[in-house]
Ligand binder design. Sequence first.
Ligand code: HEM
Length: 157
Amino acid sequence: MNDVAIARGLHVVSVVLWIGGVAFVTTVLLPTVRRLKTPAERMPLFDRIERSFAWQAQISTAVVGLTGFYMLYRFDMWDRFRRAAYWWIDAMVAVWLVFTLILFIIEPLNLHRRLVSRSDPDVVLKRVEWLHRILLFISLITILGAVMGSHGLLLFE
Ligand code: HEM
């Protein structure tokens, strides 16, 4: 059982680093960039700062995925995907998939920068801010459900 406790510890520490970083970017960095710089300077500044967070987020996302699937495998919890009471398991995997797509495919391939260079920088920054708010909100609801659920409080049962 020690291995599962270690996996759980690493899972939670990585979630804290990763979603904590997303919370900082959403509630501190993006509003500050919006207030301080001219529209043309905003996206490059934001991009530069967020890029230094991207590698940390990549490592945390990888550890969260590995430890999460390890716990599912060790406790043989696969049937939970079919039960409404365990909606937070599906939510964890969904959040993980969205961030994995952004961090490992969209950002490294510069897909978003192609879009950015063609649009009004002010509109792009507003969209980026909304995307971060939505992802942060969904992540926090998922964390709430996961902590309550794994400690026995199951809704919709
Ligand atoms: C591939 C993705 C993921 C998988 C397979 C996964 C799997 C798991 C499993 C099996 C548990 C233990 C459940 C139990 O003890 O009943 C767990 C706990 C947890 N997970 Fe995930 N997870 C993933 C991603 C995430 C993400 C993205 C977040 C945050 C947004 C997250 C946050 C948590 C939290 C907070 C706990 C509760 C820990 C505790 O209080 O004991 N997980 N996860």
